[in-house]
Design a protein around this ligand. Structure first.
Ligand SMILES: C[S@@+](CC[C@H](N)C(=O)[O-])C[C@H]1O[C@@H](n2cnc3c(N)ncnc32)[C@H](O)[C@@H]1O
Length: 231
């Protein structure tokens, strides 16, 4: 388990504290719509941190060629079950070295907020290394006030209450966040570390990896399309 990350509840738990069975159950949400609207039809997509294929499956159904990457063997098993024939690669995002580039690289699920600067840098460099020079990188970041006004909850169509219970500072701008996933039969929790990134910080980190914001795709600025910087 990664330092500061923990998960409780039945079944396999990934190194960052995610319960595989939660991600098998949760609905796809708005993510496939946001992605589809932001990229060319039929594009090749590299999805980093794909989990159990919650978003992979609708993207494949919509005609995209998706390569799904995760470090968790159990998550990849779930993707392969859900999306037969999908290319699923087990690797840490940081050290991924596929010998080809994609029209689009997706770094969703707020992974860019990882506590360690060098890990974030490595994530963004992986994005840059795997996107074509005229392609784009889609990143999902946290909303400005997400660690305040807690607890906050939403109902997932899968019949789950997703609750962000608390976010407690653990120093150096990093919070320890506790999330609960309450289904009628079982509750899972995840504790994870998240670093607040202002828009300025976020854009600076992108720049250091050779990327630049093209546009903020959603009104809350949580979905971003970035492009490789021109040489
Ligand atoms: C919160 S889950 C989200 C899964 C999926 N993106 C979704 O929205 O349903 C995060 C996923 O990223 C994976 N992950 C986290 N850090 C990773 C890393 N450094 N390298 C590879 N996979 C990672 C976890 O194993 C987990 O499956």
């Amino acid at each position: 388990m990664r330092e500061g990350h923990q998960g409780t509840g039945p079944g396999a738990i990934t190194p960052d504290g995610c319960a595989v069975d939660v991600y098998r159950r949760l609905g796809a949400g708005i993510e496939p719509d946001v992605i589809e609207a932001a990229v060319p039809a039929g594009a090749s997509l590299l999805e980093l941190g794909c989990g159990a294929g919650r978003v992979t499956e609708p993207l494949v159904r919509r005609g995209f060629a998706v390569t799904a990457v995760d470090e968790s063997a159990e998550m990849l098993e779930a993707v392969r079950e859900r999306v037969p024939g999908v290319e699923a690669v087990r690797s840490p995002i940081e050290s991924l070295e596929l010998a080809r580039r994609f029209d689009v690289v997706i770094l969703a699920s707020f992974l860019v907020h990882t506590a360690e600067h060098r890990t974030r840098q490595a994530f963004l460099e992986t994005c840059r290394r795997h996107v074509t020079d005229d392609g784009c990188v889609l990143i999902q970041r946290e909303g400005e006030d997400w660690h305040r006004n807690l607890p906050r909850e939403r109902e997932d169509p899968a019949g789950c209450t997703v609750r962000i219970v608390s976010a407690d500072p653990v120093g150096d701008g990093v919070d320890s966040v506790l999330a609960e996933y309450v289904f009628p039969d079982t509750t899972w929790t995840q504790t994870f570390r998240s670093r607040h990134l202002s828009k300025e910080d976020f854009e600076r980190h992108l720049g250091e990896a050779g990327l630049v914001v093209d546009t903020y795709l959603t009104d809350d600025a949580t979905w971003v399309r970035a492009r490789p910087k021109s040489p």
